[in-house]
Design a binder for this molecule. Structure first.
Ligand SMILES: [Zn+2]
Ligand SMILES: [Zn+2]
Length: 328
């Protein structure tokens, strides 16, 4: 197999040849068809999040085909197309697991973080955490659903089913999917981008956003809720300022720069500030069912696997519209 490997935070990924991995009991091996690049991969590569092991192969939006079954695996078969998301393993017995909040498990493993991910030709995953992908379509188009889509979905649920006017801060892969889902649900979307990012703003409008402007600008009306996808703490007070009394601000990323001091009156009147962490398999099943019934237009830029560093650089520089996807 070939893989793009991170040896130390801040370094470029290195292409390596490795022996094909063998699935242990309860695991499967996949031949990777496509793996999207998420902002969390940038945080992994930069060491913004603690890394439990190195070297590591990043990548947690994997579409692959089962090509080897470990002992005792049932429910998946050879040749089946599956998705592998960020959540790779949970303990199953901590308090959060028992309460159905496996996204908050005390001792989880994450794909492309605590175990090798999909920036590779092959990957091994726990069968119980593979998501059957019956959706039709090109693997490149499906890959971004596995994190941008799933985390976007969980963040949207967190924003509240009654949030009919919704602000999105940071218009990348997740926001471009959430916009389409929210529009399908009859919500109005207000897209906030970097100042003067006319391209992202027109992209947002083309997907049905009611309004698009700079994060510094107030929206034309108070919003019911806002989701912050950009890893920029300074957006928190801006988003709180944009939501109505009782409104909610959801932080959708795994890492964010420090939140600046802000006056209490921005939180006053029962505004809420919450974060979304990881996902549960129930979120995934729910979202993939939903995605099968909505014509999502997934904007992607495909890169050969060996160009993973270029894809990361383009994401970092904000040069992408939609999601970068690596193809082995
Ligand atoms: Zn992700
Ligand atoms: Zn647990």
């Amino acid at each position: 197999m070939r893989a793009m490997v991170l040896h130390a935070p801040g370094q470029a990924l290195r292409l390596e040849e490795r022996p094909d991995p063998q699935p242990a009991a309860g695991e499967v091996r996949l031949r990777v068809l496509a793996c999207a690049v998420c902002r969390t991969d940038l945080h992994v590569v930069d060491g913004d999040v603690p890394l439990p092991r190195l070297p590591i192969v990043p990548g947690h939006e994997i579409v692959g085909v089962v090509d080897r079954l470990g002992a005792g695996v049932s429910g998946l078969h050879l040749g089946q197309r599956v998705g592998v998301p960020w959540l790779a393993h949970t303990c199953g017995h901590c308090a959060d697991c028992r309460l159905g909040r496996e996204n908050l498990c005390d001792s989880p493993l994450f794909t492309g973080h605590g175990r090798d991910g999909g920036f590779a030709t092959h990957v091994v995953a726990e069968a119980a955490f593979c998501l059957p992908l019956d959706l039709p379509g090109d693997p490149v188009q499906l890959a971004p659903l596995l994190c941008a889509g799933l985390i976007g979905w969980r963040a949207l649920r967190m924003a509240g089913d009654d949030a009919m006017s919704l602000g999105l801060y940071g218009f990348g892969a997740a926001a471009h999917l959430v916009t389409q889902v929210a529009r399908f649900q009859g919500r109005r979307v207000f897209a906030f981008t970097r100042q003067d990012d006319a391209q992202a703003q027109s992209f947002a409008r083309s997907l049905g956003a009611t309004w698009a402007g700079s994060s510094e600008e107030p929206p034309p009306e108070p919003l019911d809720a806002a989701i912050i996808f950009a890893p920029v703490g300074a957006l928190v007070p801006l988003a709180l300022r944009a939501v109505r009394k009782g409104g909610r601000v959801v932080c959708g990323g795994i890492h964010m720069s420090d939140i600046p001091l802000f006056p209490y009156r921005l939180l006053w009147e029962e505004r809420q500030l919450v974060s979304v962490a990881n996902l549960t398999r129930a979120d995934a099943a729910e979202f993939l069912r939903f995605a099968g019934s909505v014509p999502l237009k997934v904007r992607t830029a495909a890169y050969p696997l060996v160009r993973a560093n270029d894809a990361l650089a383009d994401l970092r520089a904000g040069r992408l519209e939609g999601a970068a996807v690596l193809v082995p």
